[in-house]
Design a protein around this ligand. Structure first.
Ligand code: CP
Length: 303
């Protein structure tokens, strides 16, 4: 039963609960008009303390497409946060106005802190370098849609595995399905953190610096942006920022049905020429994000 629950990290939900959200997301994707009144009279608050295009707008599109309405802010300097109001007080206040809250914050762990004070279902829309569970739902729906399964595949996670919260959440979530093998592709400075490697339990993984060596065996290649905003040393960022650039030459080394995903935004890590390759699904992935957020809102509201 998901009604009234919070989503802070993907493993807050059982595999069965995640699958039920994906199943509903799939149904909505096939027939969105059927759901365009289910949230009539309901209100979501989108509270974004950190920039976003996809997550905020897809939450807002999701609620609008369900027939509900949206309030919120994308510029916290225009809220009473700038006068010193605490995160907890903000959550208590906004809980009085809406039926559900989605929040993005730049501080790791802030989602948990906010959810404690929240009196309606709370969704973590990304907290610092920690977790981004609705991106994970997006990724799972996209993989399931194009591969018809979430089992028995080799998934390459490439780029900034240290600061990229999407790969932390995705690795944890996919490790709960059977037959998964990960290839973590990163420079030494941006390797997958030990706590994530511990969290994936007995799931097989290898680590490599070479995208060219890894790509032939992958069923899914998940590219990520080097997260400039999280570096303390800008020289280190400049040294690492173009470590991986996926281009058509590298795509020639890949399987004919390998899926290329990216949470977006991209900077240089996927050449624009790859967009035309039928294996590139990152724009479709962003659309899956809206459908799966529609499903999540419905489930948490018990609709
Ligand atoms: N993928 C993602 O979280 O994008 P935004 O930062 O634009 O929301």
């Amino acid at each position: 039963m998901l009604k009234g629950r919070n989503l802070i990290k993907p493993d807050d939900f059982t595999v069965e609960e995640l699958d039920s959200i994906l199943e509903l997301g799939m149904q909505i994707k096939e027939n969105p008009e059927k759901y365009n009144k289910v949230c009539e009279g309901k209100l979501i608050a989108t509270l974004f303390y950190e920039p976003s295009t996809r997550t905020r707008l897809s939450f807002e599109a999701a609620m609008n497409r369900l027939g509900g309405r949206v309030i919120g802010f994308s510029d916290p300097s225009a809220s009473s946060t700038s006068k010193g109001e605490s995160l907890e007080d903000t959550m208590k206040i906004v809980s009085n106005y809406v039926d559900i809250i989605a929040m993005r914050h730049f501080i790791s762990g802030s989602a948990n802190q906010a959810a404690q004070a929240c009196e309606v279902p709370f969704i973590n829309a990304g907290d610092g370098e920690n977790q981004h569970p609705t991106q994970t739902l997006t990724d799972l729906l996209t993989i399931k849609y194009y591969k018809s399964s979430l089992e028995k595949m080799t998934i390459g996670l490439c780029g900034d595995l240290k600061y990229g919260r999407t790969v932390h959440s995705l690795a944890k979530a996919m490790s709960r399905y059977s037959g998964i093998k990960f290839v973590f592709i990163s420079p030494d400075e941006l390797k997958m953190p030990d706590n994530v490697k511990e969290d994936i339990g007995n799931t097989e993984y290898i680590e490599t610096k070479s995208l060219e060596d890894a790509i032939p065996e992958l069923d899914v290649l998940y590219m990520t942006r080097i997260q400039k905003e999280r570096f303390e040393d800008i020289d280190q960022y400049n040294r690492l920022k173009d470590t991986y650039i996926l281009d058509l030459e590298k795509m020639d080394l890949a399987k004919e049905d390998m899926l290329v995903l990216h949470p977006l935004p991209r900077v240089n890590e996927i050449a624009v020429e790859v967009d035309q390759d039928p294996r590139a699904k990152y724009f479709e992935q962003a659309q899956c994000g809206m459908y799966v957020r529609m499903a999540l809102i419905m489930k948490l509201l018990g609709l």
